[in-house]
Design a protein around this ligand. Structure first.
Ligand code: SF4
Ligand code: SF4
Length: 190
């Protein structure tokens, strides 16, 4: 008798569980949102202040890419000649064969110019073997979308701000200590 009731309760509980919202999604009509730190395909960033890419085509990422799926060329920067940019050289062409990219993030880690990010893009399947060769405009478009989505701040700018804050805190600390000492001395003399 007790075993039957227990069985009925288990059936009832599992029936009620079935009424809960499903944990699965109907991909691709309902894509799963990615997490903020998700590493999708690499993309190039755009410097809004100067209105040009951050990338100078210095080749550091290209030399470090383990799958050799990137290539780039540089040119003299016309905006530097006009006095609008500090970049003497600027990217002219850039290509990443995303079919060969293993999403390792090394290109992002080695770039000294905040020029490349691991975007949130991950849905670029094609039927062709080399259907995902992304050129400069494609990579910049992906990068700009990522920058807008994540309110992106260049990592060097972020690190500099953190450093300034830390050194400000350090300078402030002795002032606070001497203020407290003065207060204590005032209280003792009164
Ligand atoms: S993305 Fe960075 S490391 Fe790669 S070529 Fe451009 S500036 Fe150099
Ligand atoms: S993520 Fe890795 S494999 Fe992909 S382009 Fe960058 S360095 Fe190359």
């Amino acid at each position: 008798m007790l075993a039957s009731v227990k069985g009925l309760l288990i059936t009832l509980a599992s029936t009620l569980n079935g009424f809960r919202a499903p944990v699965t999604r109907q991909y691709p009509t309902t894509p799963t949102p990615v997490k903020p730190r998700y590493m999708g395909f690499p993309a190039l960033t755009w410097d809004d202040k100067v209105d040009e890419p951050f990338c100078t085509a210095c080749m550091v990422c290209i030399r470090n890419c383990p799958t050799q799926c990137m290539s780039a060329t540089m040119k003299d920067n016309p905006l530097q000649q006009e006095g609008k940019s500090h970049r003497r050289k600027i990217v002219d062409t850039f290509e990443i064969n995303l079919n060969r990219c293993i999403l390792c993030g090394i290109c992002v880690n080695v770039c000294n110019f905040d020029a490349i990010v691991m975007s949130h893009e991950h849905e670029l399947s094609t039927y062709e073997r080399n259907g995902d060769r992304m050129d400069l405009p494609n990579l910049l478009e992906m990068g700009m979308q990522y920058q807008a989505e994540t309110a992106w701040i260049p990592p060097t700018q972020r690190a500099k701000a953190a450093e300034e804050k830390a050194s400000g805190d350090q300078q402030k600390a002795p002032e606070e200590v001497s203020g407290e000492q003065e207060k204590a001395a005032g209280e003792a003399s009164s």
